[in-house]
Design a protein around this ligand. Structure first.
Ligand code: SF4
Length: 325
């Protein structure tokens, strides 16, 4: 088997809080991605998924600390902090930010902003860079002459396409897309997702798609990880997670999503995610879990292999924990 393009190993992120103390936002996550693979990171707001991908890009604020390894094409890009990640940012690993309006400088032309990472990494300069920027706009379905437009002159869908063009500027191997279709209407959302899938297939681009929206992952990704309270609760092929969830949170998350083809009640998950400025005792999902049993309140579940390419962090999958209860 060939080596993965990306390997995230025991990634932790803490934020130092202004009033003292720490918020442990990402609590030791692991995942891998093959060349050209599309992988979803799903979960409720505040589960740590955006923080995790900002750590991969080295774009966390100064009050953040990171531990663990992010191995891209065999190189640990976090090993020496900014010195080791900056040569890869935009060149090998690029990002489509949540809310394209925020991704662009409102007083600079779209074309100039797409050219910037190319010139920074000496991929192309001057006229050649502008020619490539126009080509990229065309590739994502925007007329070449829009290279002269300012962000406010584009519709929401066009801005999101332009943000994808910017992410592709240096021909990266991996694109991280953070809620790329939030705030777009369903038609434009479908167009953007189709665009991401076709670009991934045409260019051999690997994609990590961060979203709270399971149908978005279902449309785009083969494998997914479900995050909860900074951990990966369950990971594996999307089909397997849907048909045979091995973590109650995964089951409930799917149950919150309406299904046109299946007559079933749509539920909501009771309660709220835990605060991350204190370590939860036992399983972080226990206060909301409808399957909790004796060990859940005091023993933290570990990741267990629960099938081909599947892991889940839940005592229900541990025969020893079940037998002891
Ligand atoms: Fe529920 Fe216990 Fe599994 Fe946590 S470990 S998800 S509380 S059954």
């Amino acid at each position: 088997m060939s080596a993965p393009l990306l390997r995230v190993e025991t990634l932790h992120v803490w934020f130092e809080l202004a009033g003292g103390g720490e918020l442990h936002a990402v609590r030791g996550i692991d995942f891998e991605l093959a060349v050209g693979e599309r992988f979803g990171l799903v979960g409720e707001s505040g589960c740590g998924k955006t923080t995790a991908i900002l750590a991969l890009m080295g774009l966390l604020p100064p009050n953040a600390s990171v531990a663990g390894r992010v191995v891209l094409d065999g190189e640990d890009i976090l090993a020496r902090g900014e010195d080791s990640v900056s040569p890869h940012r935009w060149r090998d690993i690029a990002m489509v930010f949540q809310g394209a309006m925020n991704a662009f400088n409102p007083v600079r032309r779209i074309g100039d902003q797409i050219v910037e990472p190319m010139e920074l990494h000496r991929v192309a300069e001057g006229k050649e860079a502008h020619r490539r920027a126009a080509e990229l706009l065309e590739l994502v379905g925007i007329a070449r002459n829009r290279i002269e437009s300012y962000p406010h002159e584009l519709s929401g869908g066009m801005r999101q396409r332009a943000a994808i063009a910017m992410a592709l500027a240096c021909k990266p191997k991996l694109v991280l897309a953070d809620e790329p279709t939030t705030a777009l209407d369903v038609m434009v959302q479908a167009q953007i997702l189709n665009l991401l899938v076709s670009l991934s297939e045409e260019l051999g681009l690997a994609l990590v798609l961060v979203t709270h929206d399971l149908p978005v992952v279902a449309q785009t990704c083969g494998r997914t990880a479900v995050m909860y309270a900074g951990r990966i609760a369950e990971a594996g092929p999307l089909d397997a997670l849907y048909h045979d969830p091995r973590h109650p949170y995964t089951r409930l998350l799917f149950a919150t999503t309406p299904d046109l083809f299946e007559q079933r009640e749509v539920v909501s998950i009771p309660g709220v995610p835990p605060r991350l400025d204190r370590e939860p005792a036992g399983c972080a999902f226990a206060p909301r879990c409808d399957s909790a049993f004796a060990p859940c309140a005091s023993v933290t579940p570990r990741a267990l292999i629960v099938g081909d390419g599947r892991t889940a962090e839940c005592h229900l999958n541990d025969p020893a924990a079940r037998a002891a209860s």
